[in-house]
Structures are given as C-alpha cells and as structure tokens.
Write a protein that binds this ligand. Structure first.
Ligand code: FES
Ligand code: FES
Length: 217
C-alpha cells in the first residue's frame, strides 16, 4: 500500500497538500478571465457591427433622436437625447437662453414657455413630447424690426423687473393669460402668475405690469 505523502516545509521537493489545488484554481481563474474577455470583446464587436446595421432600422422601441421642433414659428431640426428636457434643448442646442433654468424640478417657474397657448415649465417637459407643437419663448415676442411686444413694453413701463432673472417667465405666463383672457381681474392675474417665483419679491410690480399690458395689448 502506498504511504501517504508527508508535507515537510523544510524540504524543497515536497509540495503543500493544497499546492496542486491552488495551481489548478489559478488555471481555472485565468481561463474564466480569458473567456470573459473574449465574450465581452465579441459582444462589443458584434454589438458594434449590429449597431452599424441597425442605423438603417432602429431597434423596436428606440426613440428617434433627430426631431423637428416648431419654436417661435420656425421649424428647427435638433438632435435630442431620449430624456432631454425642453429647457436644455432651448438653451444649449438652440441658444435660446431667455428661458432660464433655476430649480430644474418644476418649483420656481423660471423656465416657463408657452406651448400651444399654455404656460408650461420647460424643465419638466421632455423635448420629444413637443415635436410638432407650437413652442414660444421670450425671444419670439419682439417684432422682426426689433420692436418690443406690448406686454414686454408694459413690463418696462411699470418697472416690473428688479434683477430680471424671472422676467422672461413672468412675461410668458402673461402672454398665455392675456391670449385666453384679455381683461383679467388683478386676482386672476395673480393666480395666472402664481407659478412664477420672484426672488426679488417684485410681485406687485409684475401685477401692475400685467394690468397695464391688458390695457394696451
Ligand atoms: S427651472 Fe423649471 S420650474 Fe424651476
Ligand atoms: S426680479 Fe429678480 S427674481 Fe424676479
């Protein structure tokens, strides 16, 4: 009968009982890494190739990135990410920085634009949802010869703004209000602008502006 091999750490020609196991484990791990690398690189390779061929026919459920936006009466083609907000598109893709971004979560109203006649927070609207709709921003109000819109002029005449940061949004809310109700009461105007915070607290000035705009617009 074969005598069991005794492990003697002082002897070079003997092996720790688990040395063979460790060696085979090492070989196994190396194999897994190699296989994984091949698998992931082939995934990249074939995914990439698949991506090339799918550029002609987007995968089911994929969102078309290049869309047409009607902004201030002009159709613009824009490359839009699936979860991009209208505020981001207007400011950073179309350069319409009159639409401000402040809280970026539907609390302050600084990003208000008018979509199909309704005052809307652009920071809480996905750009993909407004393709084909009529988007208006503060830049679209003045006439082609640079004359201020009567509502803008009324805000100036009443010295409505202080720092001016919230002013484009206050004006766009006023546009939506007066198009629907040209002769609002002060209380109706207050309610229409209640979604627009003003850090300077110029609320009374803005209400005076709205009432003046209602007279002249
Ligand atoms: S930035 Fe849109 S609500 Fe504040
Ligand atoms: S005028 Fe300064 S935030 Fe409104």
């Amino acid at each position: 009968m074969k005598k069991p091999e005794i492990y003697d750490p002082t002897q070079e020609n003997t092996q720790a009982p688990d040395a063979e196991l460790k060696a085979s484990r090492r070989a196994f791990i190396k194999g897994v890494i190699a296989t994984g690398a091949v698998a992931s690189s082939s995934g990249f390779l074939f995914g990439g190739l698949a991506g090339c061929s799918s550029s002609k026919s987007p995968a089911a459920g994929a969102v078309e990135r290049l869309i047409s936006l009607n902004v201030n009466g002009r159709v613009r083609r824009v490359d839009v990410l699936p979860y991009e907000t209208l505020a981001m598109t207007l400011r950073y893709k179309l350069g319409l920085t009159g639409t401000k971004l402040s809280c970026d979560r539907g609390e302050c109203g600084a990003c208000t634009v008018v979509i199909d006649g309704v005052a809307t927070y652009a920071c809480s609207t996905l750009t993909h949802t407004v393709g084909g709709r009529n988007v208006r921003t503060i830049e679209g109000l003045e006439s082609p010869n640079g004359e201020l819109h009567p509502i803008q002029q009324a805000f100036m005449d009443e010295l409505g703004p202080q720092c001016g940061f919230c002013t484009p949004a206050q004006i766009m809310s006023t546009v939506a209000l007066l198009e629907k109700n040209p002769n609002p009461t002060r209380e109706q105007a207050r309610r229409a602008l209640s979604g627009n915070l003003c850090r300077c607290g110029a609320y009374d000035h803005y209400l005076n502006s709205v009432m003046r705009a209602a007279e002249v617009a």
